[in-house]
Structures are given as structure tokens and as C-alpha cells.
Write a new protein. Structure first.
Length: 255
């Protein structure tokens, strides 16, 4: 089964990630010098450009690790839109509602499905459950992700969690992929809070613009959540530079 393609990420692209503020200036990174399969080595991980633009940087947040382990998948089993959905879920929880993201709330709105049966990387992805589009923040998806598997490079990482290793096989589908948690009174408080954000007109595009402006990556382990963000001097900012010149997720079509 197909995994990642031959890398097209070049030195100029990697420099742009840093210039754009998507990577910290001191981050050690390197491009693949050729070949389809990433070469494994201690102290580094395979990173996808689209994932970085969509809100992920190592080390992974506790919430992201919880999601990956709950569903029994690796990071690279997911497609870029799924990374975007996780970021657009995480950031409003922290920055707008004032709560750390938690699994039952995510599972209430989303389910995991097969996306590309003949692939390993990007073989599955999250989608809103039927009937949830009217209750959740308006989401839009990138429609031109076809070449994301070739946009990868290496990032230095001291401790590599197994869920960050490039998978060789598809995951085993489990009932939890589509099971939905019961709507308890405590959970309903937060589903209603997200519904209120939608009614106020908040969109996924605005969420993305907000975490870009703050220079934070929602799916990265940070010193504190976004509800404790302290502005330009905040320790969780990945860069002190001005606004990122690239929008992480060009949102152009309803999904």
C-alpha cells in the first residue's frame, strides 16, 4: 500500500516555514535528499508541511496524543483536513470557551472514517457526524490537497512517541471510530457553548486566523492553554515575528 511519496520539500520551502512563523527560527530541520521512503534515525521525525500549516508541531499536545491513542492510529494515518479539524476544535475550546479540549466533546461532533482505502498515510480522517453541520462552527475544507504526501521533511525531536512514527500498515478499524458518547448534562453545557459560538457567527476561517495571529500551534504541547495567553510576550508563541504571510488553511469549500 502507498505511503508517502518522494519528498519535494526543498531548502527554500523549509526556510519559508520559518520566515512565515510556522516554525520557530531555532528549529532544526532538514530535507530528504531523495528516495520515497523516509529514512529512520534517532532524534528526528517526519513532518508534513500541510500539518505544520494546519496547527501541528512536535511535541504533540496531550489532547492530540489522547485522540491518536483512543482511535488506535498514528498521526500520519490522518489526512491534512483532519489536522485542521482538530486544531479548529482545540483552539475555540481554549481561547473562546475557556476549557481544555476533551475527547467526549470532540467525539460528540466528529467520527473517524476510511478516506483512501489504497493508502496508508492519509487512509482515514475525521468528519462531522450526520446532522452536526447545523450545530458546529462552520467548517470549510481545502480542495487541493492531492500532493501533500510529497511535502514532507525532518524535524529534530528528542523523544519520538510511537504515534509519530511513519506507519507501514493501515490501522485496524474499531467500534470507537464511529461510537458517540451519551449527551450527559455536563457534556451538554459544552456542546451548547459551541453552538452559541456558531450562532454568534464564528467560522473555522476566523479560528485559524486567530491562532495564526497569536503564533501558536493548537496541537503542540505548550506551557499553558490559549485561555492563559499573555500577548506578544507569551511563552507559547512559536515566533516573535509579525503575522504569518501564509494562511494555514485556505478555506474555500464547505465540507
Amino acid at each position: 500500500m502507498a505511503g508517502l511519496a518522494i519528498s519535494t520539500s526543498d531548502l527554500a520551502t523549509l526556510a519559508m516555514l520559518s520566515t512565515d512563523g510556522a516554525l520557530p527560527p531555532e528549529q532544526d530541520m532538514a530535507r530528504e535528499e531523495g528516495g520515497t521512503a523516509p529514512s529512520l534515525a534517532l532524534g528526528r521525525m517526519v513532518a508534513v508541511e500541510d500539518f505544520v500549516h494546519d496547527g501541528f508541531l512536535p511535541p504533540p499536545s496531550e489532547f492530540l496524543l489522547l485522540v491518536l491513542n483512543f482511535y488506535g492510529i498514528s498521526l500520519l494515518h490522518l489526512n491534512p483536513n483532519s489536522i485542521a479539524f482538530l486544531s479548529i476544535f482545540t483552539h475555540p475550546c481554549e481561547a473562546y470557551i475557556g476549557v481544555v479540549p476533551f475527547l467526549d466533546l470532540f467525539r460528540f461532533f466528529f467520527e473517524l472514517r476510511w478516506m483512501e482505502a489504497g493508502k496508508v498515510s492519509g487512509c482515514c480522517g475525521f468528519r462531522l457526524r450526520d446532522g452536526m453541520k447545523a450545530r458546529y462552527i462552520s467548517l470549510q475544507c481545502h480542495t487541493s490537497r492531492s500532493k501533500w504526501r510529497s511535502r514532507w521533511f525532518y524535524l529534530e525531536l528528542e523523544e519520538l512517541d510511537l504515534v509519530l512514527v511513519v506507519p507501514k500498515d493501515q490501522p485496524v478499524r474499531q467500534d470507537c471510530w464511529t461510537s458517540k458518547p451519551p449527551l450527559t448534562p455536563s457534556l451538554e453545557v459544552f456542546t451548547n457553548a459551541i453552538g452559541e459560538l456558531r450562532e454568534q457567527g464564528l467560522t473555522g476561517y476566523e479560528v485559524v486566523q486567530d491562532f495564526i495571529a497569536r503564533h501558536i500551534q493548537p496541537l503542540q504541547a505548550r506551557a499553558h492553554p490559549a485561555f492563559d495567553y499573555e500577548g506578544a510576550s507569551d511563552a507559547t508563541r512559536i515566533s516573535s515575528r509579525g503575522t504569518r504571510s501564509r494562511v494555514a488553511i485556505p478555506l474555500i469549500a464547505d465540507c
